[in-house]
Design a protein around this ligand. Structure first.
Ligand SMILES: [Zn+2]
Length: 827
């Protein structure tokens, strides 16, 4: 049995995959004729996949192809549009009438094609999807019979052959380079054990299947643009799961469906599921539904469409990971996994064709009902902004723009509920508009839930993630003109000075400016206290650049700072006197800063997600160079090159030798910043004494069957919490309010210090603002602290239990990390 299978795998041909009751156009190149191997024999690399897609598009009048942009590693983000040649000739008209049916227009579904967006392998090491994509595209281009003609007449397929090109390439390199001629299904073989960080994520190690709502990454940006351009009726997302599983298709766990998703969505998902079941029955493949996964977080590919009038479908295939692997279901071959994905892709299209009118009507009604809801809120709006941070405000507005949500400027400055909304620093989102449901999904705070388990985070309230002021239910009378051409606020310098320049610290990109100043060996100081000068208030953390005794002369310094202000969108003020109200510019309360030299620990033992978020933040937002120091290189690296080392969330901490080396480095003056689980390592190795709340738990009236749900409900999967802050502490410089919101997904609760001045950030008594937390955990977290700063020798340790850089869209707490770095000597 073993041998036959292994041989069969080597001799696989197209007939294993493709429907045999049809003929195939000889003028259409097979995958093998272009990529040089049969599908499933090797893992297709992304460059070969691109080559094949272009060859198909060249050969077939059913396919057009476009490149929508590129990944961080410069790979193209392709989209194929596949439909009948007749439909291609009027493709713009088809799109126009499809979108018109979601507006306030009557619908005539008789001759309307249905739009299906098919995407593959958003997790790069779940490769059966993208490899199946070669076959799906070939079949759609080459098959010749009534079935395919009817299908292509009735369906427009937006075909996204690789959701994650960089991850797919990284994974293909790994498995192909570890493949033996004699395939070895032993799970211990290196082929099945990728090295850190693996191929799941993109270049900066993001899970891209969490970015459909925040749209912070280039891959998502291209995809979301296509989504809103077409508003597909069905969107499929082909994944892999554990090797011992079978095949999963949605619907997922019903009690965890987001309440803003209409019930009919799940009913239609179920009906579509019948087509998958029938097709998989036919090839003898096992599958299951409804017991796993959910449609709660709208940032996932299979859930995002559900709040946009479409139907998202998740597929999960048991992974062979490499080419062949032992499993509970016998030998699992890569071709077998590809065939299941191929089959599900075709059954999706079959369902789309057969349910076309029902699904088109569903979408039409989705928007019709949304309009009715929206009309009830006519005149109402949401306002958000930060009178001291235009950039952060801009970046939230940018997300709205990507989702085609309309917003306005404010007519004039106004104050509501104690919050001041300043023109140029605030936007107003009217509730009465097409995407009102999406607006609710982005802005709502939710703390009651039907279920206590979540596949992913339970809250993502955007204005909280950005730590912006906001108010709901305000009047649209405050709205100015609609913003159709969103612009970053211009940065500028107020003039030329022979004395000094000052810059408040609130704007998002000030760390970028400060880093460039320090790196040019220009002396800069930070104000530990507020002051006012020329009638303007300057808050804690204002940066001072004296003009005299610098490496640049007066005019070159002005030129340099002018450039920085412009490129970083900040305001720098020229001042001509040191005499202020409050601390004068020569005061001891201005501290000279030194440039940061930063190492970021990466590699085995470190969470690649958390490390990648930090790398991405420094590299793409602040232009700050960080050394990615691999945990296995600590021993042979000279740590004295760095004054700051960041330890992202870490499962295991560091070994004895590395810990010892880092301890000595701290004692000599280094600043160690540790996140989440790494703070436990800090405590256990006595780098700092931290006091944790012990969490003991005894199950009562919980059956054996209920035990895993019971345990799961005690976790914090991701929710938003409120803390009060001491604005006079340097860790909080640049925050203008006395409270901030924090994202947390751990149950590490640190007790507050007995001296209040050592608790610059402290959770309020009942700190949950949005998301799920068990009552027990809520009782435990109240009045604890997410941050402790401890001295060790000449250095210090900054311990964060929360993630300040979550998934690139938590702009609101990035500054805490920046403060820990730039003001480290004042902590
Ligand atoms: Zn996946």
């Amino acid at each position: 049995m073993f041998c036959i299978l292994i041989q069969a795998q080597n001799k696989i041909d197209l007939s294993y995959y493709l429907p045999q009751n049809t003929t195939y156009n000889q003028n259409i190149p097979t995958p093998e004729s272009v990529i040089g191997h049969q599908v499933g024999e090797w893992h297709v690399t992304h460059d070969k996949l691109v080559q094949y897609m272009y060859s198909l598009a060249n050969a077939s009048d059913r396919i057009t192809i476009e490149n929508r942009g590129k990944t961080f590693e410069d790979r193209p983000l392709l989209l194929l549009t596949i439909t009948s040649p007749k439909n291609h000739q009027r493709i713009d008209a088809i799109r126009d009438s499809h979108i018109a049916a979601t507006e306030n227009n009557p619908i005539n579904t008789a001759n309307m094609p249905i739009i299906v967006y098919q995407g593959f392998s958003i997790h790069g090491n779940e490769a059966s999807g993208a490899n199946a994509g070669l076959l799906v595209a070939y079949y759609l281009a080459a098959a010749e019979d009534d079935t395919i003609n009817k299908l292509l007449d009735n369906v427009v397929i937006l075909f996204d052959p690789s959701f994650n090109p960089d991850g797919l390439q990284r994974f293909a390199y790994w498995v192909n380079s570890n493949k033996s001629i004699n395939l070895n299904p032993d799970p211990n073989d290196r082929e099945y054990r990728e090295v850190w960080p693996g191929g799941r994520t993109n270049h900066y190690w993001f899970d891209m299947n969490r970015d459909w709502l925040p749209v912070q990454l280039p891959e998502s940006r291209a995809r979301i643009a296509t989504f809103h351009k077409w508003l597909p009726n069905i969107l499929t997302d082909h994944h892999e799961m554990g090797t011992n599983s079978t095949f999963f298709f949605q619907p997922g766990i019903q009690s965890r469906t987001h309440p803003l998703t209409p019930k009919i969505n799940q009913e239609l998902t179920k009906r579509i599921g019948n087509f998958h079941a029938k097709a998989l029955d036919k090839i003898g493949s096992l599958y299951y539904t409804e017991e796993d996964y959910d449609d709660f977080y709208y940032g996932k590919g299979s859930t995002f469409p559900d709040i946009n009038g479409g139907i998202g479908i998740l597929f999960e295939q048991a992974s062979s990971r490499g080419h062949i692997q032992e499993s509970d279901n016998g030998i699992l071959t890569f071709p077998f996994t590809i065939r299941n994905q191929f089959t599900a892709a075709l059954s999706t299209l079959d369902a789309a064709k057969n349910m076309r009118e029902d699904i088109l009507n569903y979408q039409h009604n989705f928007f019709k009902n949304a309009r009715i809801e929206a009309a009830k809120e006519n005149g109402k709006a949401i306002v958000f902004g930060d009178e001291k941070d235009a950039a952060k405000t801009y970046h939230l507005a940018e997300i709205l723009k990507r989702h085609k949500i309309k917003f306005h400027g404010v007519k004039q400055d106004f104050t509501i509920k104690g919050k001041h909304f300043k023109k140029g620093y605030s936007y107003i989102v009217p509730k009465n508009q097409k995407n009102t449901r999406l607006i609710n999904a982005m802005f709502e705070k939710r703390t009651t839930f039907q279920d206590s388990l979540f596949y992913d985070i339970s809250a993502w309230t955007f204005p909280l993630a950005f730590n912006l002021d906001y108010a709901e239910d305000i009047s649209t009378n405050n709205a100015g003109a609609e913003i159709t051409n969103l612009q970053h606020k211009n940065g500028k310098i107020s003039g030329h000075s022979n004395y000094a320049y000052v810059m408040e610290w609130h704007e998002y990109y000030t760390p970028k400016v400060l880093n460039k100043i320090l790196n040019k060996d220009i002396r800069a100081k930070v104000a530990l206290k507020p002051f006012s000068l020329n009638g303007k208030q300057y808050d804690y953390g204002t940066i001072l650049v004296p003009v005299q005794n610098q490496l640049l002369d007066t005019s070159n310094l002005n030129k340099f700072l002018t450039e920085l202000a412009k490129e970083s969108h900040v305001q720098i003020d020229a001042v001509s006197t040191g005499l202020t109200h409050g601390i004068d510019l020569g005061s001891r309360a201005f501290k000279t800063m030194t440039k940061p030299k930063i190492a970021l620990l990466v590699g085995e033992g470190i969470s690649s997600y958390d490390a990648g978020e930090i790398w991405h933040l420094f590299d793409t937002r602040y232009d700050i160079t960080v050394t990615k120091l691999d945990t296995k290189s600590i021993g042979r690296s000279d740590l004295n090159r760095y004054n700051t080392i960041i330890v992202p969330n870490s499962w295991s901490g560091l070994n004895e030798n590395n810990t010892k080396k880092i301890k000595t480095w701290i004692e000599n003056g280094g600043t160690l910043i540790a996140y989440k689980n790494a703070v436990k390592w800090v405590n256990s190795k006595e780098l700092a004494k931290l006091d944790f709340k012990k969490m003991e738990r005894t199950a009562k009236n919980i059956t054996f069957e209920q035990r895993s749900n019971y345990k799961g409900a005690q976790g914090i999967g991701g929710a938003i919490f409120e803390a009060k802050i001491d604005r006079s502490h340097p860790i909080n410089f640049g925050y203008k309010n006395d409270k901030i919101s924090l994202f947390r997904n751990t149950t590490i609760f640190m007790k507050a210090d007995k001296n209040s001045y050592n608790n610059p950030i402290q959770y309020t008594k009942k700190p949950i603002i949005s998301g799920y937390i068990s009552k027990r955990n809520l009782d435990s977290i109240g009045s604890t602290v997410p941050l402790q700063i401890k001295k060790l020798g000449k250095g210090r340790i900054v311990a964060f239990t929360d993630n300040t850089n979550f998934r690139a869209f938590w702009y609101g707490t990035n500054k805490l990390l920046m403060n820990a770095i730039f003001f480290r000597e004042e902590l």
